[in-house]
Design a protein around this ligand. Structure first.
Ligand code: GRF
Length: 199
């Protein structure tokens, strides 16, 4: 049987990118397997889908860490503990709405992948689609990248362009970009895992 890289996916919400990654991994020739899906939000819709595919899930509510002096790092240490239970090699962030601490990013250097709804380095941050529209951009898209300490700034893996029509509003453009995200995230995971298996 093909050797596969063990992957964790972290989500906070709907999890449509997670779903595409899970679907891609169902192909016996795909070089990755999703071992566990984690969320900081008990009500993340994507958790149900992962469970329906018999993938292990866990929830770590960040609010339970608010009393710690260094709450972000304490949360990340608990996250690391959960993930390492499963011999995970790569982490995919798929709408995971948490900034990761230096401690965590250092531990998982070049092993965390994120997807962002703009052509980075343009329009970093949480309002990328609105910002592209406000700026009057004619082209936007999505980017997969390795996670570094600076938000939305790590080495780029893949990008896909989307043309912005003058009638596009936030919902329309988000949908157009999301359709491209669903294409490039599985391709990105395949590229990264193929390289890992070659080494
Ligand atoms: C996507 O737009 C992704 O680019 C951003 O968060 C959104 C997640 O959507 N990081 P989903 O939960 O994968 O549907």
């Amino acid at each position: 049987m093909l050797n596969k890289v063990k992957v964790a996916i972290l989500i906070s919400g709907r999890g449509s990118n997670m779903q595409k990654l899970i679907e891609a991994c169902e192909n016996p020739d795909f070089p990755a397997e999703i071992i566990v899906v984690g969320s900081n939000n008990l009500n993340a819709l994507g958790l149900e889908y992962a469970k329906s595919k018999s993938i292990k899930t866990f929830v770590l509510d960040h609010k339970n860490f608010s009393n710690y002096q260094n709450s972000r790092e304490e949360f990340d240490k608990a996250l690391h503990q959960e993930i390492t239970k499963h011999n995970v090699e790569i982490i995919c962030l798929a709408g995971f709405m948490r900034l990761l601490s230096k401690w965590f990013v250092d531990k998982w250097h070049n092993k965390i992948i994120n997807i962002h709804p703009s052509l980075l380095p343009d329009f970093k941050g949480a309002n990328a689609v609105e910002d592209a529209l406000k700026a009057g951009a004619k082209i936007s898209g999505c980017t997969t990248h390795f996670v570094s300490l600076e938000m939305d700034a790590g080495p780029i893996i893949m990008q896909s362009q989307v043309l912005i029509d003058k009638n596009d509003d936030k919902d329309i453009l988000s949908q157009k970009i999301l359709a491209q995200e669903h294409e490039i995230y599985p391709l990105t995971l395949k590229k990264v895992c193929t390289k890992i298996l070659e080494n």
